[in-house]
Design a protein around this ligand. Structure first.
Ligand SMILES: C[S@@+](CC[C@H](N)C(=O)[O-])C[C@H]1O[C@@H](n2cnc3c(N)ncnc32)[C@H](O)[C@@H]1O
Length: 820
């Protein structure tokens, strides 16, 4: 029996530790004596910047001893920047060739001709080669003068939504979700939304211009600010198939109609919100992102993983319970810690009792190098390693849980089990350690005091955890990630509920028919689950409140910090009230305070005026597809369009008493025109840039077809008088439009306007304003710039030239930014 733990160490021993920290290795059975490099020269103690990290992961055996040095060396090098090209982008071929060209030109001076192709290459495992790996870190891209042009280019393309900088490994989980265009997908912890974006891309991939897929994505996150980031990012997808919600994932509402309601109402509609696919990219300690965020070296400690394990299990369980039978869930973290990874998956498998399976996806994405999940691991706490829960002292059992161990057996189970070692708990409450290590405060590593007690047997999980995937940094120069794919094969077993117990203390499968409605209501209803949140930002105001989106990549550390804060100060109504400055008026509308209500927009007068003004074809359905965030129709500023799938969910949400707290829904389609000229226009609503691609094939009025020269003229000058257009006929037609919003489509070729409207994925169109004497573009400066660049490529292609125009070259026309 080991005598580890805080009480068992003397002052002299602590001093000794400080003087020679490497002594810690003498206590590990498998480790060589670090003072003798002859044993294994590759095992350099404390090669990382955090001894506890080094010690912990070496002992957990996440990489082979002979690879340790390589692993650490890679961890200490900055992460190469990787990019994903929006695969639903209408212009991805152009963009791709432009990216290549720009990259080649911006690098040639530095690396010499020929060397530039080494600088960026496709990530071969990503379908369609839509993801790219560069040889530069994010910092190099930002700071290196020679890369300035490329960086600027990337920033612009990112802002527009054509290219996303996303860590390579973070792109992996959605790829294993096997999403189809008709799937209902739940992204439980979605912000800042890089994976949501991928999911939306997949849903939309095969949709034709002007049509919407049958599926939808619900993207949820606990953090309102991060939800806003997600909304901003996904805006570029121009999707009507997205709902953004703001719940604790572990308490995500079930939205289940009670059975009587179901019988009467459910002819065509859904009676319960269940998903075909669930992405469970949980908050984690984030030590897989060390290359990107080296600050984490200092902060890292084993307590981070311990503190998150239960939440991760609860979120995963909720995800499983919201999954349809036959549905797939991907559980992922950017941590290497088995307590946050295999232990969570094993616990979920245990709790689900055969109703879910861990899927073997080893044949999918064969070019992605991954390692099997661990079948055995240990738990480290307060200076001791534990191989089973039986050894955990009583006073630590609220922190170190049985579910953290491979067998998941609790103390009683161990005592009762005939096949397991049962070591008595000593008087000091500590036992069954393999190599005790004392520690000072926190997770500092201390020298070992007592001999190893080898009575204990390391537990090995019975579950096929080798089907989990571990991606490690030194296999393909990435960050680290953990991914497990789970399939629901039957309803979850029903666990008897105690009345009035919060959902985070148990789980419920809403699919389970044996659970009565009262129970479901009690557990899933938001009122019971948690308090309403005051800090939510209203979407009506969201546009005035643009978040900083410089870096949209996952920030697991932020998640961890946030979680800790949450635990300390639950953000309930009372607490929030205290923080709200006296005079601030809280918005109390609809069900969720601080969040604008979602209201179906049914004002026939406005709807008809929009339909008539733009000549919108009847085949484009408005009925039930238009929503606003303001119940007063006279003051509606924006009208959003929702897909049939989102409409179904929204209708269900109304029937179940608005359980979903919706921060964003659908696609902004029409915006009230506030400009001076707007008041004189027959239609008060203009078409928004986001909504234009969807509605374009159905518009029959207020359309102009511009020659490339006039289109460019408009983009460059922002406002053009009718008589100043190169093509006089075009100017005439513009002058004859009704005042107000109109659409200008680029006609390819150098001829005058073509009348027949053949809209497809490659059509370029912009919203304009027809005033008394001129046309003005209604596109942001950034979009104008991007369009101009794209146009230059198209002109070059038409004229058979190189396909690339240098911004800096002398023959290039100056691009004048256009104000929004
Ligand atoms: C690893 S990040 C997710 C990254 C995201 N999937 C992506 O690809 O962009 C984890 C997210 O979980 C959120 N989070 C933390 N606790 C949560 C909870 N209890 N329920 C829902 N979301 C939570 C954090 O705000 C954070 O945005």
């Amino acid at each position: 029996m080991g005598g580890g733990g805080r009480g068992g160490r003397s002052r002299t021993q602590r001093k000794h530790f400080r003087q020679s920290r490497e002594n810690v290795w003498k206590r590990s059975k498998s480790d060589p004596d670090p003072s003798s490099t002859e044993n294994n020269p590759s095992w350099t103690p404390f090669a990382t910047e955090n001894a506890a990290f080094d010690f912990y992961y070496k002992e957990q055996g996440i990489v082979e001893p002979q690879q340790w040095e390589q692993f650490v060396a890679v961890l200490r090098t900055p992460l190469p920047a990787t990019f994903r090209i929006n695969s639903s982008s209408q212009f991805s071929d152009d963009i791709r060739s432009q990216l290549e060209n720009d990259f080649v030109h911006s690098l040639r001076d530095e690396v010499g001709e020929g060397g530039e192709t080494e600088a960026i290459r496709p990530l071969l495992w990503y379908p369609g080669n839509f993801a790219w790996h560069s040889n530069f870190s994010r910092m190099q891209l930002r700071k290196n003068q020679t890369l300035e042009r490329f960086h600027e280019f990337l920033k612009l393309e990112n802002e527009i939504g054509n290219i996303t900088r996303q860590e390579a490994v973070s792109m992996v989980p959605p790829l294993f979700l096997d999403v189809h265009s008709d799937h209902f997908v739940l992204d439980m912890c979605a912000a800042p939304g890089s994976k949501t974006f991928q999911l939306l891309e997949i849903i939309h991939q095969s949709s034709k211009s002007g049509s919407l897929p049958d599926g939808m994505v619900t993207a949820n996150d606990l953090d309102v600010q991060r939800c806003n980031l997600l909304i901003h990012q996904t805006k570029r997808m121009c999707t009507a198939n997205l709902i953004v919600t703001n719940h604790e994932a572990q308490n995500f509402p079930g939205c289940r109609l009670n059975r009587n309601y179901e019988k009467i109402e459910l002819d065509h509609n859904i009676g319960q919100l269940l998903f075909d696919r669930v992405l469970c990219d949980v908050p984690c300690s984030g030590d897989g992102t060390l290359r990107k965020a080296p600050d984490l070296w200092r902060k890292w400690n084993t307590g981070m993983g311990h503190g998150l394990h239960s939440l991760q299990v609860l979120i995963a369980m909720r995800g499983i319970s919201l999954l349809k039978i036959g549905g797939r869930m991907v559980y992922s973290t950017c941590s290497m810690n088995p307590i946050e990874n295999e232990a969570v998956v094993a616990e979920v498998l245990r709790r689900c009792g055969g109703s879910i399976e861990l899927v073997d996806v080893s044949s999918e994405l064969p070019q992605l190098i991954r390692r099997p999940g661990l079948k055995k691991w240990k738990v480290y706490d307060k200076g001791s390693w534990f191989v089973s829960y039986n050894g955990v002292p009583k006073f630590r059992r609220s922190v170190i849980l049985s579910s953290m161990f491979p067998s998941g057996r609790g103390h009683r189970d161990v005592v009762d089990s005939s096949c397991n070692v049962n070591v008595e708990v000593g008087t000091n409450g500590i036992n069954e350690n393999v190599g005790d290590i004392n520690e000072d405060a926190g997770d500092g590593v201390q020298p070992v005091l007592n001999p190893v007690m080898s009575e204990s047997v390391e537990e090995v999980s019975d579950f096929p955890l080798e089907h989990c995937m571990r991606i490690v940094p030194h296999d393909q120069n990435t960050g680290a990630f953990f991914i497990a794919v789970l399939q629901k094969v039957s309803p979850l077993p029903v666990i008897p509920e105690k009345p009035k117990v919060k959902i985070h203390e148990q789980y419920v499968d809403p699919a389970s028919q044996s659970l009565n409605d009262a129970q479901v209501q009690q557990i899933t209803s938001p009122e019971n689950a948690h308090e309403e949140d005051f800090k939510a930002v209203s979407e009506e105001n969201a546009d005035d409140n643009e978040p900083n989106t410089q870096d949209m990549e996952d920030d697991p550390v932020a998640c961890e910090e946030q979680k800790t804060k949450e635990n300390l100060e639950p953000d309930n109504v009372q607490n929030t009230m205290k923080r709200v400055p006296g005079k601030r008026k809280l918005q109390i509308q609809g069900k969720w305070r601080g969040v604008d209500p979602v209201v179906f927009f049914k004002d026939e007068i406005i709807i008809n005026s929009i339909r008539d003004f733009y000549g919108i074809d009847e085949r484009f359905p408005f009925n039930g597809h238009l929503v606003t965030r303001n119940s007063d129709a006279n003051h509606v500023k924006r009208i959003y369009y929702i897909s049939k799938s989102v409409k179904d969910v929204l209708e269900l949400n109304f029937k179940v008493g608005q359980q979903l707290k919706i921060t964003s829904i659908g696609l902004k389609m029409f915006e009230r025109q506030t400009a001076r000229e707007g008041s004189s226009a027959p239609c008060a609503f203009r078409i928004s840039s986001e909504g234009l691609p969807l509605i374009l094939p159905y518009i029959t009025k207020q359309i102009l077809h511009a020659s490339p020269a006039d289109f460019k003229h408009l983009l460059m000058n922002k406002e053009v008088k009718f008589e100043d257009f190169t093509d006089a006929k075009f100017g005439e037609k513009a002058a004859n439009l009704l005042p107000g919003c109109c659409v200008v489509i680029l006609s390819l070729g150098n001829t005058t306007a073509v009348e027949s409207l053949q809209v497809d994925e490659s059509t370029i169109a912009i919203g304009c304003w027809k005033g008394r004497a001129r046309l003005s573009v209604m596109v942001t400066a950034m979009d104008c710039q991007e369009l101009l660049e794209r146009l230059l490529i198209r002109f070059d292609n038409v004229n058979g030239s190189s396909g690339h125009v240098h911004k800096s070259s002398n023959d290039e026309e100056e691009i004048r930014p256009v104000q929004d």
